[in-house]
Design a binder for this molecule. Structure first.
Ligand code: NAI
Ligand code: MG
Length: 495
């Protein structure tokens, strides 16, 4: 059975989509468009305006004006919070439609988007809406010892950074837009959002909902286009005060370089190669947990548990269990109700992931399950478990970003932290044991932004998310993200 497509989705995919600048839908200045394919077939799904530097400039100027003169900074925090809350409500009202668009554009199963991405995106706006009225500074008793006898009143203000450029990836398209827009808006910034060229559709639908919720013109602008042109222009623009990026570590470095011109603020959420550690005393759920840690979202997940370490006594059992689950996963188009795993997002990712599989096998790794492409149409890859790897292999060191886990045995608690930390990344980690003291002791030693104990891939609007080491700068979500979207001003008055 195939999910019946909503009429709004049909319209969205049959008429070319435009850019959203200053509250208007406009074509790219160049008049160019590009196509986004259906990853289950490789055929054209929709046409979208191809924004470039000129469109980015128009959008940035609109955001600048909305920030400097517009109503956004003048409306009350309470009103701002209500508008942001309405965005969450509208996402829920259109949940089926958004999940269908996401499934068609990204390839993920409709059911996964409907149960996960869409409600999580709504929840993010609802959570962030509450912060609008709670952005506070401090009062401080200063001493100024070099001015004996003087008396001061000092306080701090937390103000929006200004115009924020946001560049997001294709793995959770709507959710990444929500993670970026929610905190930027609640703190009073204005935004130019550049969605990934592989998955522009839900961000464009979200822009319509944002306008419907009452966000004033120019506060949120969405420019679709390619990274090297639109993305690079946004990162380098002098009227942009901050850039927030999620994507590859390689492009993260380019963003940092582009930001040096006006020294704009930068926050980065980059790659990972997260360890998932199963001890001898782990509960039987660890097997399914380890499979879910890597295969969720087809492994296209920055925190994917892509390095599985199993303590010696349980190694064969856990690896066989994960491989059995891998072999039983039903692959198919996202809108097919029987599908458990869809295609990868693009031909480029298909080639990248199968390239890693070839490299692993050439270097001597064994594919206990999977090991290659699935079928010959669309961008499907078999869920794969690799064993007999060595720490220096590319498949062990580099982010694959597909349904591929490397599994290796370990001996003891003493050695596992060093093994787990032997990576340039530090985004996530999993620990499976019934010994709570062991779990918490190890959690302290892991150099990563999120550690899960007896669970994996649990994220929440209230829980900070981000990376140590080369996995990024700053945190998203939780109250921590508010710091990334505000400047602190100290005001001192002599009394
Ligand atoms: P990417 O980093 O090139 O793309 C992410 C976003 O950055 C997209 O919106 C893209 O248009 C934009 N971009 C690309 N080049 C840019 C530039 N020079 N200046 C400004 N923006 C630019 O990632 P890509 O090529 O899609 O995937 C490559 C690898 O990156 C994946 O295999 C995976 O390992 C990693 N990745 C990590 C993600 C994460 O969540 N941390 C998400 C997506 C990819
Ligand atoms: Mg790229």
């Amino acid at each position: 059975m195939t999910v019946t497509v909503d009429k709004n989705v049909e319209e969205f995919t049959t008429t070319a989509r435009q850019l959203f600048i200053d509250g208007q839908w406009v074509p790219a200045a160049s008049g160019k468009t590009f196509q986004t394919p259906d990853p289950a077939t490789g055929e054209t799904l929709a046409h979208v305006a191809e924004g470039d530097a000129e469109d980015i400039d128009r959008a940035v100027r609109a955001a600048r004006k909305a920030f400097d003169d517009g109503p956004w900074g003048r409306i009350t925090p309470s009103e701002r919070g209500k508008i942001i809350w309405r965005i969450g409500d509208l996402i829920l009202e259109h949940a089926d439609e958004l999940a269908q668009l996401e499934s068609l554009d990204n390839g993920k199963p409709f059911a996964a988007a409907r149960a996960g991405d869409i409600p999580a995106s709504a929840d993010l706006f609802h959570y962030m809406a509450g912060w609008a009225t709670k952005i506070e500074g401090n009062t401080i008793n200063i001493s100024a010892p070099y001015l004996p006898g003087a008396n001061f009143h000092t306080y701090t203000l937390r103000e929006p950074v200004g115009v924020v450029g946001q560049i997001i990836p294709w793995n959770f398209p709507l959710m990444m837009a929500a993670w970026k827009l929610g905190p930027a808006l609640t703190t009073g910034n204005t935004v130019v959002l550049k969605p990934a060229e592989q998955t522009p559709l839900t961000a464009l639908r979200l822009a319509e909902l944002i306008a419907e919720a009452g966000v004033p013109d120019g506060v949120v602008n969405v420019v679709t286009g390619f990274g090297e042109t639109a993305g690079a222009a946004l990162a380098a623009h002098d009227l942009v005060d901050k850039i927030a990026f999620t994507g590859s570590t390689e492009v993260g470095r380019l963003i940092v370089q582009a930001a040096t011109g006006n020294l704009k603020r930068v926050s980065l959420e980059l790659g990972g190669k997260s360890p998932n550690i199963v001890f001898n005393d782990a509960s039987p759920q660890a097997v399914e947990g380890a499979a879910n840690a890597i295969f969720f979202n087809h492994g296209q997940n920055c925190v994917a548990g892509s390095r599985l370490f199993v303590q010696q006594d349980r190694f064969d059992e856990v690896v066989e269990g994960v491989a059995r689950i891998a072999s039983s996963i039903r692959l198919g188009p996202g809108l097919d109700e029987d599908t458990e795993m869809g295609p990868l997002v693009s031909d480029e990712q298909l080639r990248r992931v199968t390239g890693y599989l070839e490299s692993g096998k050439n270097e001597g790794a064994t594919a206990v399950s999977g090991g290659g492409r699935h079928g010959d149409k669309g961008y499907f890859v078999q869920p794969t478990v690799l064993t007999n790897t060595r720490p220096e292999m590319k498949v062990v060191r580099e982010e694959i970003f597909g349904p591929v886990v490397v599994a290796a045995p370990f001996q003891s608690l003493d050695e596992i932290a060093a093994i787990a930390n032997d990576t340039p990344y530090g985004l996530g980690a999993g620990i499976w044991t019934q010994d709570i003291s062991k779990a918490h002791a190890l959690a302290k030693k892991i150099r990563a932004g999120t550690v899960w104990i007896n669970c994996y891939n649990v994220t929440d609007a209230a829980q900070p998310f981000g990376g140590f080491k080369q996995s990024g700068w700053g945190r998203e979500m939780g109250h921590e993200v508010l710091e990334a979207y505000t400047e602190v001003k100290a005001v001192t008055a002599q009394l």
